[in-house]
Design a protein around this ligand. Structure first.
Ligand SMILES: Cc1cc2nc3c(=O)[nH]c(=O)nc-3n(C[C@H](O)[C@H](O)[C@H](O)COP(=O)(O)OP(=O)(O)OC[C@H]3O[C@@H](n4cnc5c(N)ncnc54)[C@H](O)[C@@H]3O)c2cc1C
Length: 368
């Protein structure tokens, strides 16, 4: 096969940035097209938690293991500090009112001095790690740009085709950008920017997060089984970051996906609930200031697995989205595998068949 000389990657989230970086490393000319801002959506507002083996037993297991290893390599090779570090990870039980039953079941770090109970050690510095996702995404894109990748701001409106094959993208501005291949990595908006392609449904699942500041706590990731005073079961996740910020996320919300990242609405009540949950497990977190309340949509598919591979029946069109709760973890292996597929026609890194977009029916409205 003749490798494409110029590839357009639609979307500058972590997945698009990773695909662009690995394509650029393989010598392809790349243009990344982004409507709003680099890492402006889930990729900039997510936890950035990474786990070696938490996807084992699912088709994602091998992808996650490769990605976990690639994260360690990238942290050395990208030459930018984006908060990569290994962490110990704990499970806790906590209640908004009163104490969770029983005492700690494993040795509890001293700073977890609130009303929570540490119920398990879930990971060690061998198996769990973190990045600060916005900075990681920017570092990948920056490294791709250093290799010649261009970033172009604009809204993709569809894939341009000639004789059935992808030949670029049509922009909302009316312009057409030409290329030999196109990668759709627009997160939960992938279906909207590719409405006339035979792609399966991609949805957006909303979640909230807050960042806290003014405290200094160790590198321990926390997964909390939490009950609110009115009986709701929540599962907040708490990730202290190396720069002193503590990130707390959780609270799924069925609100529909807005037309663009700018349209995402934040519920102050949901953010306050998350901050209160964090305060129940540690007096340091209870004393911390909320610096940001945020909401974002993670991209999900009908079977919970990502779409990574060729768009069925359209030569030169590829897709990489639907990574759900593990997009930051799995971006590196996704980017490298797709770059292999595009430049060599085959993938040696990992078996992409479980993620083949052709495994799911195409969204009916979209097929023409
Ligand atoms: C609260 C929360 C916590 C999370 N925590 C973790 C975690 O700890 N670990 C982990 O591995 N994963 C985590 N995730 C999941 C992870 O954030 C996502 O899977 C990942 O960010 C998805 O990246 P993406 O590049 O596919 O999509 P996005 O980040 O959504 O990026 C898509 C990009 O495409 C652009 N775009 C959209 N439409 C167009 C268009 N028409 N033209 C041009 N550009 C367009 C958007 O502006 C956006 O920049 C979390 C997610 C959430 C919401």
């Amino acid at each position: 096969m003749i490798p494409p000389r110029h590839v357009i990657v639609c979307g500058a989230g972590v997945v698009g940035a990773s695909v662009a970086y690995f394509l650029a490393r393989r010598g392809a000319g790349v243009t990344v097209v982004e409507r709003s801002g680099v890492a402006c959506a889930a990729s900039g507002k997510s936890g950035g938690f990474l786990a070696l083996d938490w996807c084992d037993g699912s088709p994602l297991g091998p992808l996650a293991r490769k990605s976990f290893a690639l994260h360690a390599e990238l942290a050395k090779h990208l030459g930018t500090d984006y908060g990569y570090r290994r962490m110990d990870t704990f499970m806790l039980a906590a209640r908004e009112r009163g104490a969770a039953s029983g005492g700690h079941r494993v040795a509890a770090p001293g700073w977890l001095d609130g009303a929570g109970v540490v119920t398990a050690a879930l990971g060690s510095t061998e198996t769990t790690a973190q990045v600060t996702p916005a900075r990681f995404t920017a570092a990948l894109l920056g490294a791709a740009q250093a290799l010649g990748t261009r970033l172009c701001m604009g809204v993709v409106d569809g894939v341009a085709r000639r004789e059935g094959a992808a030949r670029g993208v049509m922009m909302a501005s009316g312009e057409t950008l030409e290329a030999d291949a196109v990668v759709l990595a627009m997160g939960p908006w992938t279906g909207r920017g590719a409405e006339r392609l035979p792609l399966p449904n991609v949805y957006g699942l909303k979640g909230y997060s807050v960042t806290l500041e003014g405290i200094d706590v160790p590198a321990h990731a926390l997964f909390v089984d939490y009950r609110t005073a009115d009986g709701r079961a929540l599962e907040p996740e708490i990730f202290p970051r190396p720069d002193g910020e503590v990130y707390v996320c959780g609270m799924a919300d069925p609100a529909p996906l807005p037309d663009s990242p700018e349209g995402v609405e934040v519920s102050k009540t949901a953010c306050d609930t998350l901050a209160r949950a964090a305060g129940r497990v540690s007096t340091a977190l209870a004393a911390a200031r909320i610096t940001r309340g945020q909401a974002r949509y993670r991209p999900v598919t009908d079977d919970g697995l990502p779409l990574i591979g060729r768009v069925p029946g359209v030569a030169g069109a590829y897709v990489a989205t639907g990574h759900g709760p593990w997009g930051i973890l799995n971006a590196p292996a996704t980017g490298l595998a797709l770059a292999e597929l595009i430049t060599e026609g085959a993938v040696s890194l990992v078996d992409l068949r479980p993620f083949d977009p052709a495994r799911l029916p195409a969204a009916r409205a979209r097929v023409i």
